[in-house]
Write a protein that binds this ligand. Structure first.
Ligand SMILES: Nc1ncnc2c1ncn2[C@@H]1O[C@H](COP(=O)(O)OP(=O)(O)O)[C@@H](O)[C@H]1O
Ligand SMILES: [Mg+2]
Length: 354
């Protein structure tokens, strides 16, 4: 179609409309708006496989926090993240005032009654916690809290451990602090079970999974409507089936249907061509990266699930693999942590990725 394509099929992009994350985003918005800053949602861990929207959610939560007057630093877990947090916080406070101000500002004012002096003379004096304490003290007269978001959390990241340990102290000391992190299920579970960051066990864990078909449909319709487009019912049904609740696929299918249609409404044939292109791109992108990380045992476990139309039982899987249930359950655990297999209760399991 002629109009600009409203879909966002690239990692980390905030979608025009989040499908099915309403209750999470509402809870976060409420926690960030609450003056008392005591909501347990202020320490949240988003857990989900690739392409489910963790980075996009962090971005959206960061925007919401900024709108409520929080000073926000959005970083990715790696070496150097601690310095990054300090610099992003200084930048965020600076951005709120006059963008023409040079980087090495002495004084900031936010709105009319907000003025902060960051001590630029000694930008890195003291350890990370000391530097953060200084920022908290400087922000205190203005009632601004600090939100840190950490994307792609991983086990054995020393700086992440430093950050979470210090964070625990901020909370004990009653500082206005919020921490939202995101990561793959395997990395989060490895990190949370380590002794050093046991505090994170008490964080609110939000599992970011598949989205219901009804929510997928609403998001597709709204995104199309942003550019004044509509879609035929049979084409919508085909798109929703192909998307199968996977957020990244929603963007891919939407994007390619749009590209393949000459005019609104999108017809079934256009949708089918778009779906084919989207499926190829998904296979080459997310699935290839995920499957590369699986062992032979993992793959045998998945193969043993394939004959089932619906959820599989562990007993059936073990039988097809020709192994004992307790042996198969080791692979089950690994695959659940990798976000490839989902536990649907009553010892029944489904494949989570398309
Ligand atoms: N709830 C959602 N509804 C629609 N599209 C979404 C949703 N969440 C994420 N997306 C889109 O899916 C893709 C993957 O999102 P991303 O945040 O990068 O995933 P992750 O960080 O979990 O790998 C992006 O193109 C993003 O715009
Ligand atoms: Mg991401």
């Amino acid at each position: 179609m002629e109009a600009p394509n409203p879909f966002t099929p690239s990692f980390g992009r905030i979608p025009a409309h989040f499908a099915g994350r309403g209750s999470l985003l509402t809870a976060m918005a409420k926690a960030l708006a609450d003056e008392g800053r005591t909501s347990p949602d202020l320490v949240t861990m988003l857990v989900g496989p690739r392409g489910t929207g963790k980075t996009a959610l962090l971005g959206s939560i960061g925007q919401e926090a900024t709108a409520h007057g929080w000073i926000v630093a959005q970083v990715t877990a790696n070496d150097g993240m601690l310095v990054d947090v300090i610099e992003r916080l200084q930048e965020a406070a600076a951005d709120l005032i006059d963008p023409s101000t040079p980087t090495r500002i002495k004084s900031l004012s936010i709105g009319s009654n907000f003025a902060v002096e960051f001590d630029q003379g000694t930008p890195y004096a003291g350890n990370w916690r000391t530097q953060m304490n200084r920022l908290f003290a400087q922000l205190e007269p203005y009632g601004s809290g600090i939100l840190i978001t950490v994307d792609e959390v991983q086990r054995n990241c020393a700086e992440l451990e430093t950050l979470t340990q210090a964070f625990q102290h901020f909370l004990t000391e009653g500082k206005p602090a919020a921490l939202v992190m995101a990561g793959l299920p395997s990395e989060v579970s490895a990190m949370v079970s380590s002794k050093i960051v046991s505090f994170l066990r008490r964080a609110r864990h939000r599992h970011i999974g598949r989205i219901g078909n009804a929510d997928v449909e609403v998001a597709l319709r709204k995104t199309l409507a942003d550019e004044g487009a509509t879609i035929n019912e049979d084409a919508m049904a085909a798109a929703v089936a192909a998307i199968d609740g996977f957020p990244y696929m929603l963007q891919l299918v939407g994007y390619w249907m749009w590209e393949e249609s000459l005019a609104s409404p999108i017809a079934l044939e256009d949708a089918q061509r778009g779906i084919r292109l989207a499926t190829n791109e998904l296979r080459d992108g997310v699935l290839a990266a995920t499957y590369r990380e699986l062992s032979n045992g993992d793959l045998r476990f998945l193969e043993a699930m394939l004959p089932d139309e619906g959820p599989s039982t562990l007993a059936d899987i073990a039988k097809r693999m020709g192994v004992q249930s307790n042996y198969a359950s080791k692979y089950k655990k690994r695959l659940i942590e990798a976000g490839v297999v989902g536990d649907v209760g009553q010892s029944r399991y489904t494949v989570e990725l398309p």
